[in-house]
Structure formats: C-alpha cells, structure tokens
Ligand binder design. Structure first.
Ligand SMILES: Nc1nc2c(ncn2[C@@H]2O[C@H](COP(=O)(O)OP(=O)(O)OP(=O)(O)O)[C@@H](O)[C@H]2O)c(=O)[nH]1
Ligand SMILES: [Zn+2]
Length: 361
C-alpha cells in the first residue's frame, strides 16, 4: 500500500525503482499515483502503458496494484509499467488488488432496509476474506429508538454498524477514520447514498475526475471500469459498480463461515460430522434459534445449485449417466448426491456406513 514504502523506495538515489499505485485501468492505459517518496518532479501521477513483456506473461494489472514504472516522461506525464509487486489480496469482481476491507453501505430507509438483502451483501462481502464494515446511511429518516433497534439487531448478527446521515453531516468523520490509510471497496444497493458518501469524503473528487485528461476522463458513472479515489487523509477508496447483485457462488461447505453467528457457535462446539451442511444432520452445532439461520438455509440452497451447475460444466461425463430406454442408449443428468437432502432412510444408511468405516479404520 502506498503508505508502506519499502526500504528500497526510501533510498533517495537515482537507481531506486519508481513505484506507484494503479488508480484506474482503461483500455491500454493505467493511471498510476506515484509514491510520495519517489523522485517524481512536479508529478503525482503518470498515465502508463503496459510493457509488452507483461502482456506476454499474462500478468494482469488491476486497480490497487503496486507497480514499477520505467521510462518516465515527466514533461508528457507518461510512463510504462514494467512489473507488478506481489498482491496482498485480490478481488475478482470487480477487479481490485490489495484491498483490505469492504465498506457496505445501506440506507435505513428510502429504499427500505431489507434484512434478507442486507444478509446477502454481508455474506458476499465476508466470502472475499477481506474485513467487512457496515455503514447505515439516512439516519435522519429514523427516530433514535428505531436506530437503536437496528443497532441491537445487527449486534446479534455480529456487526457494529456506523450510523450516518450524509444529508445532516452525521458520522462522516467516523467513516473517515475507518478508511484511513487503507484500500477499501465501497459496495451496496442502488440509491443508498454511495456517491453522496464518496463526495462527502472527497470534496475534490469531481475536480480530480475532470483533471484527468483524454483516455480516462469518462468519470465514475460509467460502470465499465473501477476507479480508486484518493482520500484526503490517506487511503484509497474504490467504487464497485459490479458488486450490486451479489450471487452466492461460494462452496456450500464454506457458507457457514460467512455468518459471524455460525462462526461463534462453531468456535464453541463442533458438529458431529466434519462435512455437516448444518441442515438436518444429527448433533449439529450451527442449527439453532438464531435469526439468520433461515437466511443460511436459503443461501445454502443457492450455493448448492451453483456448485452443481459448475460441476456439470467442468465434467459433463460425471454428471451424466448412461441409461437404456426402449432399447436406446442415452445420457441423462445425474443429480449430485453430495448435496441432496437425504431421506431418513438414506441418512440412516449413510450413518451406518460411517460408523462401519470408523470401526474399520
Ligand atoms: N434523507 C437522506 N437522503 C440521502 C442521504 N444521503 C443521500 N441521500 C439521497 O439518496 C439518493 C441516492 O443517493 P446516491 O448517492 O445517488 O446513491 P448511490 O448509492 O450512489 O446510488 P447508485 O448510483 O444508484 O448506486 C439521493 O437522492 C441523495 O440525495 C441522507 O443522509 N439522508
Ligand atoms: Zn452442523
């Protein structure tokens, strides 16, 4: 990250590599913010192309990447990217490197706060492995009592949301503190105030967008590219237009880990079966009367359906079985037995088999 200059970069000698952070990628150009420690006369950023060697290696350059720049043309404000430093994290949709956390923005009203939708965004955000921060905007539309109810509810879910009102200027400094010196990605449904928040955090944001000339001047409202905004007190913020309809594509067995409530239960006690999906299995530590267990079950079905689809695409042979019907041989789809709800009978059989295997081993 930009604030963590390596000892190499701190050396104030002419041979030190020129390092910067990619703020925007579009077509063949990358806008790169130079490290403040770089020897960069009168320039804070350069418009860079990628060296042919990088393309040959299939090395993708993403926003957030720390890159080495060669052949700087200070007068023209151009340069070439010769290498990409190892990434600390990588988000694929939208593509962002080195992000540390996701800031989920929801409105308490207008549009109304839907717990199921919120849950879906939270789970998707958790599945990235990055830190997850939650921010409730439009607090001006709710009474303090109503806000407290949401606070208590989210506490049960394992989150401490920051309540803000961009309209009334409440809570903005708290959000600013969360974002300091880090790369964060902002996500949330439409109309909750993400653009308003970015404008409140970075008053010069439009100015900067206008300053960028030529290839990168299309601004943040085109959803085709992700852009990192520089926060006044350090830190970078990515708008994530592609994050708005989160599909649950995680592995069914991982899903429970994306619920803090389930994580907490699993930390205290294990399920009887290591491959427990926390549905009807006996002695399950996760199943119970926690509010979002219903959400878990619904998302699980979705994750299973997705996994079965992937398995079929990856290996059509294994997901088809040869059947002979009226003398004709044909392939029919075979259901993935791994995730099917087992009938009591097959469950019983599976249990017996498990015990048998356990005894034999
Ligand atoms: N009452 C109230 N309205 C707000 C607040 N913040 C933003 N709004 C309004 O909410 C609407 C949506 O705000 P945007 O910032 O465009 O929301 P967005 O999340 O960027 O929306 P998309 O661009 O569709 O993703 C606008 O009419 C804002 O004026 C707030 O704190 N209180
Ligand atoms: Zn379980």
């Amino acid at each position: 990250m930009s604030n963590e200059a390596t000892s190499n970069e701190r050396l104030n000698d002419a041979d030190a590599p020129l390092i910067g952070t990619v703020l925007a990628v579009q077509a063949n150009y990358c806008q790169v913010r130079l490290n403040p420690s770089s020897l960069a006369p009168h320039r804070s950023s350069l418009l860079c192309t990628r060296r042919a060697r990088l393309k040959k290696l299939g090395q993708q350059v993403m926003v957030g990447d720390r890159v080495e720049i060669v052949e700087p043309d200070w007068a023209g404000g151009r340069g070439a990217i010769a290498g990409v430093l190892p990434r600390k994290s990588q988000l694929d949709r939208p593509p962002i490197a080195n992000a540390e956390q996701i800031l989920l923005v929801f409105a308490l009203a207008e549009p109304p706060l839907e717990p199921y939708q919120l849950s879906r965004f939270l789970v998707k955000a958790e599945s990235t492995g990055l830190g997850v921060r939650l921010c409730f905007n439009k607090s001006d539309l709710l009474t303090l009592e109503q806000q407290q109810q949401w606070r208590d509810r989210l506490q049960q879910w394992g989150y401490q949301p920051v309540f803000i009102s961009i309209r009334d200027g409440i809570g903005i400094s708290e959000v600013r503190d969360l974002l300091k010196l880090r790369i964060s990605a902002v996500a949330g449904p439409s109309g909750v105030g993400k653009s308003s928040l970015i404008n409140a955090l970075i008053p010069t944001v439009h100015l900067r967008t206008n300053e960028v000339s030529g290839k990168l001047s299309r601004g943040r409202h085109t959803t085709r590219h992700v852009e990192l905004f520089t926060l006044p007190d350090g830190g970078l913020l990515a708008d994530t237009p592609g994050f708005n309809q989160p599909d649950l594509t995680c592995h069914p067995h991982e899903l429970a880990n994306y619920f803090p409530e389930a994580r907490q239960r699993l930390a205290q006690q294990s399920c009887q079966f290591s491959d427990c999906l926390h549905r009807n299995e006996p002695n399950c530590a996760v199943r119970g009367d926690w509010e979002r267990y219903e959400h878990y079950l619904a998302f699980l079905e979705e994750a299973i359906a997705y996994q079965e689809q992937i398995n079929q695409q990856a290996d059509p042979e294994s997901s088809l079985k040869l059947k002979t019907k009226r003398g004709k041989r044909q392939y029919e789809p075979k259901l993935d037995t791994k995730y099917r709800q087992h009938s009591r009978r097959t469950q019983h059989q599976a249990l017996e088999q498990l015990y048998q295997e356990a005894e034999e081993s």
